[in-house]
Design a protein around this ligand. Sequence first.
Ligand code: NAD
Length: 276
Amino acid sequence: MSTFSGKVALVTGSGQGIGRATAERFATEGAKVCVLDRDADRVEETVKALASGEGAVLGISGDISRRQEVRRAVERCVDRFGGLDVLVANAGISGVQPLLDIDDASWQRILDVNLTGTFLCTQEVARVMARSGGGAIVVTASTNAFWVEANMAAYNASKGGVVAFVRTAALDLARFGIRVNAVEPGVVRTPLAAFVTEDPVAAADYLKRIPLDHFADPADVADAILFLASKEARYITGQTLILDGGLTLGLPEGWNRGSGARDQDSEIRNQKANRS
Ligand SMILES: NC(=O)c1ccc[n+]([C@@H]2O[C@H](COP(=O)([O-])OP(=O)(O)OC[C@H]3O[C@@H](n4cnc5c(N)ncnc54)[C@H](O)[C@@H]3O)[C@@H](O)[C@H]2O)c1
């Protein structure tokens, strides 16, 4: 994989979780990194962690769902580093509520951050990239865009919208040399998914559905994001890269125990025993 030496990357939601791991990976690959998060303390922590490396880093606190804050953040990146080559539109929030209980404010906030925030960041950064000959945008969507989980209507709808937006943005921005792609992680060990990954009962239950038998680490997603932003992905645009350990492939091995599959398994075992 190529390095990002001399490139400038803006990563939203990089105060913790997937965004932070991604900012760290870009810094390791020599990029100048703009850390944007609405939580000022987390921005500071990420900047400190990155500052020990070689690349330059700029921390900005701001809310991606507000046009003026996104514009100001993009202007600060450009003022400091002279341009923008990569946007990782990653910041997002979740919410678990049965459909009949969702109130207008919770619905709107999730849509504002996950969908409108992705639009605002993409548009503000793409305007800069269009003037400078192109760039790469990677959005953190989710398997929830197509493999929905109950009681998460707003989140699922926001991520479905994000994927449709990514495909459209790829069409609209191709003529400016801007590629737009998305990653679709399954369950990743971050504070956002801790209610699953850190609850022994929920985690054990969920893991039964994941063929690779473990949750993703933030670094697993960061690597996929770096690939989509890299020159190795130069002919890829408008695509989604699923990284879910096999979660959404279908019913996992073992689901049909008790039917013909059991007989088949014992037949295979017998054949092996006879051969040895
Ligand atoms: N963790 C998972 O299992 C998982 C799975 C699929 C997709 N995702 C997506 O990955 C992205 C990152 O999630 P994570 O798991 O790292 O979450 P996280 O909660 O650990 O981190 C998200 C970061 O984004 C910041 N943020 C939230 N709203 C913001 C806003 N309006 N403006 C600026 N910053 C804001 C938070 O302060 C936080 O630091 C999200 O879009 C999420 O939907 C996560």
